[in-house]
Design a protein around this ligand. Structure first.
Ligand code: SAM
Ligand code: SF4
Length: 440
């Protein structure tokens, strides 16, 4: 029996790619082990969105420099695509380098490795195919990811994704719906539709569906109680998506709409293709919806040339929108990107200061936003049990963590609430989560 170990870095797209890679390896007769020491084939599915993520991978590879006898080591994902064959120079004990656009060829690459080839590559971005495989080993028995579009056709000045994941390729609506129906039949109740920019989804079949149409259809599948989607791009986000959410409670009342900056001048330098005003129009649609839709975002601080006044505009935007949560990052210089040519780099120290100021401002907003929910009854999906606090861990449709008490506790014979949905009354709110009690 051939054994493999895989470690995944980065976003949900990578996590889901790994699920597909694992499924493919199992179908080829491999078995998965828990540690790299126990494995014959060691795979790293890598992320290169920021320099730190990339360094982590090389650190892992360094650990194998001396003790790799009998092992085949492979680098998959975004660092593989970005660095290509340079990885063999930097880490000569690596035998496989393959980007996500080549995973359809994984079985052939495995055959080459098994034949003893020590320089196997899959680096072409020249593909119309999406990595659509019948072999997916999913991690979670209740919530499943489905890729609807791969790659990205935007060219944000800071971002490596168009270089590491190639041009946009949408899957047919029929294959997305088949996968979703199959998951519902297996007992999955939550589906997350994935893509770097799901809003630019366009069904390549005769139907020609746009994203909102696909979203509606997935929301109508029997047995699917929750549908989420990520990531949206403000330029391609249309009001019909909000209308769809208003029509069907199975579509979660949460939109992640990355803004990156509150300054139109910075947005222009970032080549984001919208102004602050255009972004705020989309926020108005969301706020005017019938349902109470949670809003989250991504922010980059210290983009080249960002002045103190421009940074202040981002802080003002946080107040104006009142985000329920956000991811914030210090700008990181990435290979091949347009922003490398921009002058006026912001110092690391100043980026750090801005990040702290931004996170403190957001913390205060979150405390206020979460407190508004005290007294509300939320439909809550049970995700686990925390033995230390004696609380069940739940998630609301708005994607908030809601920990709650219940007379039922897990037992050694397997009694559990995990995977079910319960009404929970919110009794307390903190900056990052809510607490409550089940309503019986
Ligand atoms: N496609 C999505 C989008 O358009 O928002 C996600 C792209 S990326 C995986 C997630 C986030 O990482 C981005 O929204 C951005 O805030 C951040 N990011 C991307 N490149 C970055 C860079 N060079 N430095 C810092 N943050 C970056
Ligand atoms: Fe990167 Fe921009 Fe594409 Fe998102 S939309 S993946 S930030 S280039």
């Amino acid at each position: 029996m051939k054994t493999f170990y895989i470690e995944t870095f980065g976003c949900q797209m990578n996590v889901h790619d790994s699920e597909k890679v694992i499924g493919t390896l199992l179908a080829q007769g491999y078995s998965q082990v828990e540690t790299p020491e126990d494995a014959e084939l060691v795979l790293y599915n890598t992320c290169s969105i920021r320099d730190k993520a990339e360094q982590k991978v090389f650190h892992r590879l360094d650990q194998f420099k001396r003790h790799h006898e009998g092992k085949v080591i492979g680098v998959l994902g975004c660092v593989a695509q970005q660095e290509g064959e340079h990885i063999f120079e930097r880490a000569p004990h690596v035998s496989l380098v393959a980007g996500s656009a080549s995973y359809t060829k994984l079985p052939e690459m495995l055959v080459q490795l098994e034949a003893g080839n020590r320089r196997v590559t899959g680096l072409s971005l020249d593909t119309d195919a999406t990595f659509d495989t019948p072999y997916t080993r999913r991690d979670n028995p209740h919530r499943a990811y489905i890729t609807i579009i791969e790659g990205c056709d935007k060219s944000c000045a800071y971002c490596v994704v168009p270089f590491t994941r190639g041009p946009e390729r949408s899957r047919t609506s029929e294959s997305v719906l088949d996968e979703a129906r199959g998951l519902a039949a297996q007992g999955y109740t939550e589906i997350q539709l994935l893509g770097q920019n799901v809003n630019s989804y366009r069904d390549p079949s005769e139907r020609g569906w746009d994203f909102a149409r696909l979203l509606r259809a997935v929301g109508e599948i029997d047995g699917i109680r929750r549908v989420r989607f990520t990531t949206s791009h403000p330029r391609d986000f249309v009001k019909d998506i909000i209308d769809a959410i208003d029509e069907n409670p199975a579509l979660c009342n949460h939109v992640h709409l990355p803004v990156q900056s509150g300054s139109s001048a910075v947005l222009e330098r970032m080549q984001r293709l919208y102004t602050r005003g255009e972004y705020m129009r989309r926020i108005e649609w969301i706020k005017n919806a019938k349902r109470n839709i949670a809003l989250t975002t991504d922010i980059i601080v210290g983009f080249p040339g960002e002045t103190e006044a421009e940074f202040q505009e981002t802080l003002d935007l946080l107040d104006e929108v009142g985000y329920d949560s956000l991811f914030s990052f210090k700008y990181s210089r990435r290979p091949n990107t347009a922003a490398l040519a921009l002058a006026d780099q912001v110092s690391e120290e100043e980026k750090g200061r801005r990040l702290t100021v931004l996170q403190e401002r957001q913390r205060a907003i979150q405390i206020r936003r979460n407190a508004e929910l005290v007294g509300a009854i939320e439909d809550t999906m049970v995700e686990g049990y925390n033995h230390a606090t004696g609380q069940w861990i739940g998630r609301t449709s708005q994607n908030r963590t809601l920990n709650f008490t219940h007379a039922v506790v897990p037992t050694p014979n397997g009694q559990t609430l995990v995977g079910g949905y319960l009404p929970v009354r919110v009794t307390r709110a903190g900056p990052n989560s809510l607490a409550g009690e089940v309503v019986l």
